[in-house]
Each structure stands twice: as C-alpha cells, then as structure tokens.
Design a binder for this molecule. Structure first.
Ligand SMILES: C[S@@+](CC[C@H](N)C(=O)[O-])C[C@H]1O[C@@H](n2cnc3c(N)ncnc32)[C@H](O)[C@@H]1O
Length: 181
C-alpha cells in the first residue's frame, strides 16, 4: 500500500491526497503508514468504510490512542447498498480507493457493480485497487475445510475474463492486473 500511495502522490499535485479504504477492518496498513511513514502520512487523508461497527470502534479507539483522529474519517456503510445506490456516502473525488479482503466474498456481478461505483468516486486520474485471494493460496484447504471460511479465489484467467466484462461496462480506460505474492 505504501508503494501505491507513493505512486498516487506522483499522479496529482493536490494535497492532501484523498484515499479511501473499503471494508477496512482493523486498517492495519493505514496505521502502518500513519505511524511509520510520517512524510507520506502528512500528505494523505484517509476515509475508512466498513459495515461492522465493532471494527470501526476498534479503529476509532486506536486512532484516539495514537492521536490520529483528525487525519482519518470513519464511515459505517454497507458496500452492497452503496454500490446499488441504496445508501449515500458523501465523498470528495478520491485519488485512490481500494479494498483488500472483500471481493473474495462477492461474485463477478457484484464486483462489477462495486468497481463501477468505485470508479464514480475517483478524481480525474485517480486509481482504484481491488485485492483478491489467488487460487494458489497455500492455506485454501485449511480455510475451506477446517475453518469453513469459503472465499472465491481467482486466478489470472478469472481476472482477465472479469476485466473484459469491466471494460465492456466502463470502457477500456485504465483497467489493469497485478499479481502480488
Ligand atoms: C477479511 S476483512 C478485511 C479487512 C481489511 N481490509 C484487511 O485486509 O485486513 C473483511 C472486512 O469486510 C467488511 N465487510 C464485509 N462485507 C461488507 C460490506 N457489505 N460492506 C462493508 N464492509 C463489509 C467486514 O466487516 C470486515 O471488516
């Protein structure tokens, strides 16, 4: 995420950089940046969205402990409702909007709606990122059978097919694919 923020800073002169994390959970990567990358943190304002009040409370308490409440906005929303227009979220156009650990729960149709909504939230030149577990996930068996934690794993082929669908919805502009280990 640090790399993505640094890249986003090179794509606009506007400061602060407006960044939104969807389904933020405990927002570990946000704290990592705010606490350990002060130059970067000074240039970014985060909005964190999650449906789970407890997750948001956890983040709020940690923000207060660290004296960081003023640089992070928390919003409780259901992304399924947001992306079909059933709930509003006032958001200035964002330079970066991302979600890690969410779309593995959603089928392609919902992901396409989410991506369309995310794109509508972007500032000109802004970027959106969606992370998905890869089919080669070595802990998949454990997650499926022992933890009964069943996610939709996707490989490059799935993502390319999904990208084609996105391109037909959104047009060819800037839809990319990157594998992270
Ligand atoms: C696996 S956690 C990922 C958290 C974090 N992004 C991370 O990578 O550590 C999934 C998060 O998605 C949130 N979530 C699930 N469905 C959601 C929805 N429909 N709208 C908003 N948040 C949702 C959950 O509350 C949870 O915090």
């Amino acid at each position: 995420m640090r790399e993505e923020l640094q890249r986003a800073l090179t794509l606009t002169d506007q400061r602060p950089l407006r960044v939104t994390s969807l389904a933020c959970g405990p927002a570990a990567e946000v704290f990592d940046i705010l606490l350990h990358n002060h130059d970067l943190a000074a240039q970014v304002r985060f909005t964190l969205v999650d449906v789970d009040q407890q997750a948001l409370e956890f983040v709020r308490e940690r923000l207060i402990r660290e004296g960081l409440e003023s640089v992070v906005r928390l919003e409780r929303r259901n992304l399924l409702h947001l992306c079909i227009g059933r709930q509003p979220l006032e958001l200035e156009p964002q330079h970066l909007i991302y979600s890690i650990g969410l779309i593995d729960y959603f089928d392609d149709r919902i992901v396409t709606r989410l991506q369309t909504w995310m794109r509508g939230c972007l500032a000109p030149g802004g970027r959106s990122i969606l992370g998905n577990f890869h089919t080669s996930n070595p802990t998949r068996g454990l997650m499926d059978h022992l933890l009964d934690w069943r996610l939709i794993h996707r490989d490059e082929g799935d993502m390319v097919r999904w990208r084609r669908r996105l391109v037909s919805h959104l047009g060819p502009h800037g839809v990319g694919l990157k594998r992270r280990e």
